[in-house]
Ligand binder design. Structure first.
Ligand code: GTQ
Ligand code: FE2
Length: 343
């Protein structure tokens, strides 16, 4: 499928005169303006946990937490020409906090999440609710929710985080408000209203909430693992959980949409491609993925990207494997731009 060859060839001096008058002729550039299908800038990429882990020690020594907003190592694909982007619209990072470290409160219009990989003893405070971080827990920090992080354990903490910063930058819709680093009352909270949203299938009939994003901020790893074990396989061969807003059953946030897939061992999933972008964190197990023309072998806490409209198939080796998947799918759904194909 290609654009037809244009029948009109304009005189180049005419084009130059148009350009000098702040006008462009559509007819000599519509192939670039309206490509026949999406073309991701980035090839898929794998970041190995062992290659990231070796920088955590130096990050802690060189970036004192009181001097930096966040101590995060962001995963970058060089195909974006030096831009801080993991794949279109999304970034992923690992955040490092030493015992006693506090990442000061702030809020912003981009959406972000944390997923606890080595975070036992850390807590994220979101809008006055203390969210503990146990293995496999997901914590949302939805747009314009105040959030800060604290390590109250006796060991170094590292967690995976992701955000839609490149999308919001592309729209030039970033607002960022720093909080007061000395406001002690920010940290002195308990779970607060988080307990209104912990019981599956029931919600307070008279509880008011803004439905734009999930009113539940903490999704326990235990619950996700229980549901994964009970689910039947989907059409691609994996069992997949979608994290949802308990009041709507839809994505947790309008422009960040999260999943966990359990891959059966030794059985590749059917290749799938979608117009949305994905970042996969290997939560457990080992396996390999073929994404476009690349095949990666991965193990626990490695991260890889699936750029939009790129075929992807995954296979666990030895035993099951769990992938936590960050996507911009809900943004594509809202714009009616989601297309998906399964081979
Ligand atoms: O922890 O609040 O990786 O605001 C990027 C932006 C983490 C955070 C990131 C953020 C955060
Ligand atoms: Fe933040």
């Amino acid at each position: 499928m290609q654009h037809p060859t244009p029948k009109v060839k304009s005189e180049s001096d005419f084009v130059a005169q148009l350009e000098a008058s702040n006008l462009h002729p559509l007819w000599d550039r519509f192939r670039t303006l309206t490509p026949v299908k999406p073309q991701a800038k980035d090839p898929p990429l794998l970041w190995r946990w062992k290659d990231i882990e070796r920088f955590t020690e130096r990050a802690v020594r060189e970036a004192a937490i009181d001097d930096v907003e966040r101590r995060a190592l962001i995963l970058v694909n060089p195909a974006f020409g030096g831009e801080t982007v993991t794949t279109s619209n999304l970034i992923a990072a690992f955040t490092v906090l030493d015992p006693g470290d506090r990442a000061r409160p702030h809020r912003h219009t981009f959406a972000a999440i944390r997923f606890a990989t080595h975070a036992e003893g850390a807590a994220t405070i979101v809008n006055g609710r203390r969210c503990e971080m146990h293995e496999g827990d997901l914590i949302l920090t939805p747009p314009m929710c105040w959030h800060g992080h604290i390590n109250e354990s006796d060991h170094r903490i590292v967690w995976f985080d992701a955000a839609n910063i490149p999308l919001i930058r592309g729209l030039d819709a970033n607002f960022f408000e720093p909080g007061d680093p000395k406001a002690n009352q920010f940290w002195q909270v308990d779970e607060g209203d988080e307990k209104l949203w912990t019981e599956p299938g029931i919600v307070g009939a008279d509880i008011q909430h803004a439905p734009v994003h999930s009113p539940k901020y903490r999704y326990a790893g235990d619950a996700t693992r229980r549901l994964l074990a009970a689910l039947p396989s989907g059409p691609d061969g994996a069992r997949t959980v979608r994290y949802t807003n308990p009041t709507t059953g839809e994505a947790v946030m309008p422009a960040l949409d999260l999943y966990m897939s359990r891959l059966p061992k030794a059985q590749a999933t059917r290749p799938k491609r979608t117009t949305c972008n994905m970042i996969c964190l290997v939560v457990s197990g080992e396996g390999s993925s073929t994404v476009g023309e690349h095949t990666f072998e991965w193990s626990q806490h490695d991260v890889f990207s699936i750029p939009h409209w790129t075929w992807a198939s995954h296979k666990a080796i030895g035993s099951n494997a769990d992938l936590f998947i960050v996507t911009d799918k809900s943004a594509f759904e809202r714009l009616d731009l989601l297309r998906e194909e399964l081979q």
